[in-house]
Ligand binder design. Structure first.
Ligand SMILES: [Zn+2]
Length: 388
């Protein structure tokens, strides 16, 4: 039976060509399978001017609490040059114990394991006390405007209240059981322009070269570490991502120099406090001589941390299945967990991420079974009759 087989479910999902923003049949398939299992499924579509309409899915089984939510996405990044793939990226081929396809690990494979775990759990415990839900978007890899953010608001508007959420993004660097993500760093981007006066290189007294000023400002930004890290976070890090003058002539002093930088910051900073500190550093480096403007982009990526003790049910299930205690990490880029954390405590645990977004993205079939067992074990613990 396909229903409780993570491999069968993952293959069916991979065969839906759901490159963002296309739904590709993936959400329809999930709604069908979960609906058949007794979930009440909804398919809200969200739009915003200037972005494509996005289909989403919300499904719930049960009415009571505690309410555990599985979250994820079915959209995938484009396959790139398909001729470089060993197998058609949308065929779901299995070779030597591995399932190939775009989304195999990021994250149709993870969604398939959540579905299989839920179906197996419900087959054993159809009258468990509590609720089990799925919140799946088609807009994680794209602009992320008409996806999880709006879906969470939509659910809140219906009176839905979640107690805990597991987001099934690929979190393990090497092997299943390596790592749970219990938070994420924030992200802030700044743009710097140093103003000069264009002129002839042979007459510098009549011009003002902005490049020297830019070098001083960038050195000032990077002179001191932002912090030394915290219990669960690495040190915040600033990277200059581009410096541009755009001057093709060798005899012209340019008028302007521009640079962009990005900071991945830990829970010592809010975006505003970080911006204030960087502006202070720029003022100090500029003194009275460098004329510049600094702009910071608005950010919805704020650093956050989930207390791991409320997810003992998941950590125990991972240990039991893999024999290993997962590292509790906040590394990596941003994810939809940054939106979910405003609604309930959230951690991330999924497949091994090594091939995500790559040519020949693939997952070990054995890992699909093991992740399903982990999720099922987590459900059994979460909904055990013993008080937690
Ligand atoms: Zn993903």
């Amino acid at each position: 039976m396909i229903a409780a087989s993570p491999l069968g479910l993952a293959q069916a999902l991979i065969r839906c060509p759901s490159v963002t923003p296309e739904e590709g049949g993936a959400l329809r398939f999930i709604a069908q399978v979960l609906g058949d299992a007794g979930f009440e499924a909804h398919r809200p579509v969200f739009s915003a001017e200037g972005t494509p309409d996005i289909e989403n899915l919300y499904a719930r089984f049960g009415v009571g609490h505690p309410y555990l939510l599985f979250a994820g996405h079915t959209d995938v990044v484009p396959p790139g040059d398909e001729t470089r793939w060993r197998h058609d990226p949308f065929a779901g081929a299995v070779e030597s114990g591995e399932l190939f396809g775009r989304g195999a690990v990021d994250m149709k494979g993870g969604v398939a394991c959540m579905m299989a775990a839920a179906l197996r759990f419900l087959a054993d415990r159809p009258d468990f006390a509590g609720s089990l839900g799925f919140l799946i978007t088609g807009d994680e890899e794209g602009p992320a405007v008409n996806g999880t953010v709006k879906l969470l608001e939509w659910a809140r508007g219906r009176g839905e209240r979640f107690d805990h959420c597991i987001l099934g993004e690929p979190t393990n660097p090497q092997a299943l059981g390596d790592m749970i993500k219990i938070g994420r760093r924030g992200s802030l981007t700044g743009r710097l322009t140093v103003h000069g006066k264009q002129g002839h290189v042979a007459y510098p007294q009549l011009a003002e070269n902005p490049i020297g000023g830019m070098v001083r400002l960038l050195a000032g930004l990077e002179a001191e570490p932002l912090d030394a890290g915290t219990a669960h976070f690495d040190a915040s890090n600033l990277e200059v991502t581009t410096v541009d003058v755009g001057n093709a002539a060798t005899n012209v002093i340019p008028m302007e120099a521009r640079a962009t930088f990005n900071i991945r910051f830990n829970d010592l900073w809010s975006p505003q406090a970080l911006e204030d500190e960087l502006r202070r550093r720029l003022r100090e480096a500029a003194g009275n001589t460098v004329r510049y403007t600094a702009e910071f982009e608005p950010t919805n990526a704020v650093a956050f941390l989930t207390a791991p003790d409320s997810f003992g049910f998941l950590i125990e299930a991972i240990e039991l299945e893999t024999g290993r205690r997962p590292a509790l990490s906040t590394s990596g880029g941003t994810s939809d967990a940054r939106f979910i954390k405003d609604h309930c405590p959230v951690v991330e645990f999924g497949l091994v991420g090594q091939t995500m977004h790559q040519v020949d993205e693939r997952v070990a079939v054995a890992d699909l079974e093991r992740l399903t067992a982990i999720y099922q074990g987590a459900l059994e613990r979460y909904f055990s009759d013993d008080p937690q």
